[in-house]
Design a protein around this ligand. Structure first.
Ligand code: ADP
Ligand code: MG
Length: 317
């Protein structure tokens, strides 16, 4: 199979939302009037972001999901993507499943693959995603206000727990592992939530590197601090069982790969946030508040601040 057969066979689909898709030297796009283009890139490297023997369908899903998550965090409607892929060989069974996973999620979100690049080399996928936002409507990291409530979607820590189980650092039951593995292998980007939060949230970020690290970006950009109650964090049963131990705290606060949204909104709009939660059938949990100052203080079950530096926040990296 030639490179061009491969591209035609696995990565070329109709792109009615683009002026020109795959096949020429560049794709051509027309942005809707009054909208601005949101552009983001995320790369997945074998051994770093996934295990080399990962299921190709799920890998196709995750390659796009992590990018959709960035669109969600901006409040953008995802429209187009490019895919640069480096493959050790043209394994047709692998490509079949990878592209099926990629396009299944793309179809769910109305995203069109409009181009990319294909080379031989170590397995590595890089997507650039493009979406539209009404001018000035993006959810920026810099918008948090003192007094805002701090919210997170879904559950935290499951993906990190699944990884810890796979690496032999903890032992989950089969049922617990199945639940956590879903978060690790097939994250659901919170695109609908990002759109619903436009005009309501003051800022948002997606949690890819762990709550504390990503919230830290909001706090730095907004020049504010935050308080979080550990016991209010939305966690699964398996995570809560581990919460008394360093590993559990690490997975929930600094685990990474959650792909949930962290956002802040005025306290007066608490009920509106809960209505969005009900409408989307997605848990949204108020876990703390934005305060004057800098950095994040996490209070444990007794109300005492956790000593995050000393308990090894840097070791998590
Ligand atoms: P060029 O030589 O101009 O860089 P390529 O031969 O790399 O073009 O690609 C040919 C066409 O196929 C281009 O339109 C490119 O965007 C598209 N393409 C290449 N690889 C992929 C891919 N993995 N997924 C989608 N489109 C791709
Ligand atoms: Mg090229």
């Amino acid at each position: 199979m030639t490179e061009f057969d491969l591209i035609r066979r696995y990565f070329t689909r109709a792109t009615p939302g683009a002026e020109l898709g795959v096949g020429d030297d560049a794709a051509l796009l027309r942005i809707s009037p009054g909208m601005e283009l949101a552009v983001s890139t995320d790369m997945l490297v074998s051994g770093t972001h996934f295990l080399p023997d990962a299921d190709p369908f799920l890998l196709g899903h995750k390659t796009l999901a992590v990018n959709l998550s960035d669109m969600a965090a901006m409040g953008a409607v995802p429209r187009w993507a490019t895919l640069a892929i480096s493959l050790p060989n043209a394994d047709e069974a692998w490509l079949e499943k990878f592209s099926a996973g990629f396009f299944a999620l793309a179809d769910q979100h109305g995203v069109e693959l409009i181009g990319g690049d294909t080379t031989r080399g170590p397995l590595n996928m890089c997507v650039t995603i493009m979406g539209e936002i009404p001018q000035g409507g993006a959810l920026l990291r810099s918008g948090a206000q003192v007094g805002d409530e701090l919210w997170v979607s879904g559950r935290l820590g499951d993906a990190a727990l699944a990884l810890a189980h796979l690496q032999g650092r903890t032992v989950l039951s089969d049922a617990e592992f199945a639940l956590c593995a879903q978060a690790l292998l097939q994250p659901q980007p919170r695109v609908a939530l990002g759109l619903a939060l436009r005009g309501l949230a003051n800022c948002a970020i997606d949690i890819s590197d762990g709550l504390l690290a990503d919230l830290g970006h909001i706090l730095d950009a907004s020049e504010v601090g935050a308080h979080i109650d550990l016991m209010r964090l939305p966690v699964s049963l398996s995570a809560s069982k581990n919460l008394g131990q360093p590993l559990g705290i690490q997975c929930v606060l600094a685990g990474g790969d959650d792909y949930e949204l962290c956002f802040t909104a005025p306290a007066a709009r608490h009920a509106e946030v809960l209505r969005i939660s009900a409408k989307l059938d997605l848990p949204l949990t108020c876990v703390g508040e934005i305060v004057a100052g800098q950095g994040c203080i996490v209070h444990d079950a007794t109300g005492k601040p956790l000593k995050l530096e000393n308990s090894g926040y840097d070791h998590f990296r």
